[in-house]
Ligand binder design. Structure first.
Ligand SMILES: [Zn+2]
Length: 209
């Protein structure tokens, strides 16, 4: 089992390789690795990311087969199935680091902002279920900081939404709370920058020097 702190180091190093264009794609999808993994898996981190096509989790952390347990949903929201997936990774595979990975210019956040300003008619109930989960953190920002311009508002809303998902995961189930208190599980929040490729771990992590 890899500790949460060691897992964080692996993710940071992988992201640095990605940013530096120093990734070795062959090494991480190699056939021998694939065959080796037929016996089981031990992913060292679970990542709840956005479905956005520009943020493929394994690639931005330069990880390969068997390394990451990835849950992706538009807006990296937390609903019961996401909580269940995290419980599954932590209990079945001993994964000790959970990362909520949002990103700049997130379409789910922008859609929520638009809908708060002008609720559409005939909105699909399914899309609504995502917007409903993003809305509370974004709505709070509109009240506290009404003077923000659109881009600044989106930037802050992205982070507020990541923080909300982190809190939701930390306190969303007795299983996860127990693992945090007694078994070294860590839930942290991070933002991927579409512009630079850098992942900034900003919630639940001691800042790097
Ligand atoms: Zn997104």
């Amino acid at each position: 089992m890899i500790s949460a702190r060691d897992a964080l180091v692996l993710l940071r190093e992988g992201n640095q390789r990605f940013v530096a264009d120093a990734i070795d794609r062959d090494a991480i999808t190699r056939r021998v690795r694939r065959l080796d993994l037929t016996r089981g898996q031990e992913p060292f981190a679970a990542v709840l990311g956005c479905s956005d096509s520009r943020v493929p989790v394994e690639i931005v952390f330069d990880q390969g087969l068997g390394d990451l347990f990835v849950i992706r949903v538009a807006g990296n929201i937390v609903a019961p199935s996401q909580i269940g997936s995290v419980e599954f990774a932590a209990e079945q595979f001993g994964t000790r680091l959970v990362v909520v990975l949002g990103h700049s210019r997130c379409g789910a956040i922008e859609t929520t902002l638009q809908q708060l300003r002008r609720p559409p008619e005939n909105q699909s109930r399914n899309l609504h279920s995502i917007v409903d989960l993003v809305r509370p953190s974004v709505q709070a920002l509109l009240h506290t900081s009404p003077a923000y311009d659109h881009d600044t508002l989106v930037q802050h809303a992205v982070r507020a939404n990541i923080r909300a998902s982190v809190q939701h995961l930390r306190h969303g189930s007795d299983v996860i709370e127990n693992l945090i208190q007694n078994a070294g599980l860590m839930v942290v929040g991070a933002e991927y920058s579409l512009e630079t490729g850098v992942v900034d771990f900003f919630d639940g992590v001691i800042p790097q020097a």
